[in-house]
Design a binder for this molecule. Structure first.
Ligand SMILES: Cc1cc2nc3c(=O)[nH]c(=O)nc-3n(C[C@H](O)[C@H](O)[C@H](O)COP(=O)(O)OP(=O)(O)OC[C@H]3O[C@@H](n4cnc5c(N)ncnc54)[C@H](O)[C@@H]3O)c2cc1C
Length: 329
């Protein structure tokens, strides 16, 4: 690891003033479960590391029935999972956090860091960036090992999948991300927070290099039934192969409106609007769930080795939907 300057400010204003204007000049450190591996592998070589853990304003979980849920960026996955209100009102979030099966990661990893973690694409993690090419200029993902890559939103040049488990649930629940920068706070919807990199050096969110994800606001979930369903190859130390989060606004047995979001299938969490349309105004049934699952993967274009992910995403959407309909906040 290269030498770097380490600073641990106690206010958000100090923290922002210490961040550089270009990506990579400085990096924000929260739990460090991703950042330290990125630094050890020379995937980022910041001159300055700004530890935000001592900033009290970015800590804590608060819930009121009128304002909903406020998660400070520094809330750990374990704190999220241990919160009774989150479990009761926002099962989609608790189930997503539960999927991160390593207690060590859940104890240390923060929700802000989880949303800003970098992709697990093996070309990226090997130092080849998000647009890896061979000597002749051929794309290494399209022509190489792509079994874990994107099946949606993959018209290029990026083919990796976004690694966050919480993001689909937050988008389904219509959460807002609050970002702090030198001009103060700005808010973006969780859906708008993620962006597909187009050029070398681009990141995966709309954050600027000198901005911090400060907090997340999730609207009150009263009457919104919600769930996350993940498909994993193994139950520990790995990311899902596909996942879906669903939030349903019900009118008796009829779905008034639905939000369906797939995870781990595209460079950004993927809003499945065809599935949402297929559900609106209908009563939940096994056959409707299967129809919506199929609609969720409309437009999927698997690469040479990842066709199996289409079926996994279809089933994840179907099961998340049935789970949401049965449970409910
Ligand atoms: C074996 C293993 C299995 C895992 N499985 C899963 C899984 O199934 N699902 C899943 O979603 N994740 C999984 N993870 C990833 C884990 O959830 C993240 O590493 C963790 O949540 C990151 O949080 P952190 O606080 O440690 O972030 P850090 O490592 O401190 O930071 C991660 C990145 O986010 C940036 N950052 C951190 N906080 C902020 C902020 N507030 N504002 C702006 N930028 C910020 C950092 O600069 C860095 O680039 C797994 C990790 C491991 C090692």
């Amino acid at each position: 690891m290269n030498a770097f300057e380490y600073i641990a400010p106690t206010t958000k204003e100090q923290a922002v003033s210490l961040l550089g204007n270009q990506w990579g000049e400085s990096e924000i450190l929260a739990g460090g479960t991703d950042l330290l591996s990125l630094m050890k592998d020379y995937l980022t070589t910041p001159k300055r590391v700004v530890n935000i853990k001592a900033i009290k304003e970015f800590q804590g979980i608060k819930y009121t029935s009128s304002a909903g849920l406020r998660l400070g960026a520094l809330v750990t996955l374990d704190e999220l999972l241990g919160n009774a209100t989150v479990k009761k009102e926002y099962p989609a979030l608790a189930q997503a956090a539960e999927g991160v099966t390593s207690p060590q990661i859940r104890n240390t990893g923060t929700v802000g860091g989880e949303l800003c973690q970098r992709s697990r694409c093996w070309y990226f993690r090997s130092g080849l960036g998000y647009f890896p090419k061979d000597e002749s200029g051929k794309d290494l993902v399209v022509n190489g090992q792509n079994e874990y890559h994107a099946i949606l939103g993959n018209s290029g040049p990026a083919y990796f999948v976004h690694p966050s488990s919480l993001a689909p649930a937050l988008i389904a629940l219509d959460a807002k991300i609050r970002i702090f920068g030198s001009s103060g706070w700005r808010d973006v919807s969780a859906e708008q927070f993620f962006a597909t990199p187009k050029n070398d050096g681009d990141r995966e969110t709309v954050l600027k290099p000198n901005e911090i994800l400060g907090e997340i606001i999730v609207p009150p979930a009263k009457g919104i039934r919600n769930a996350t369903y993940e498909v994993r190859q193994k139950e520990s130390l790995d990311w899902p192969l596909a996942a879906a989060a669903v939030a349903l606004k019900m009118n008796g047995k009829t779905i008034q409106s639905a939000r369906v979001v797939l995870g781990h299938v595209a460079p950004v969490p993927w809003r499945a609007q065809d599935a949402e349309k297929a559900l609106t105004g209908k009563a939940v049934s096994e056959s409707l769930a299967a129809e919506a699952g199929s609609a969720a993967v409309n437009g999927a274009k698997p690469l040479s080795q990842n066709g199996y992910k289409v079926q996994l995403a279809r089933v994840a959407a179907k099961r998340a939907l049935l789970q949401a309909a049965q449970g409910g906040a």
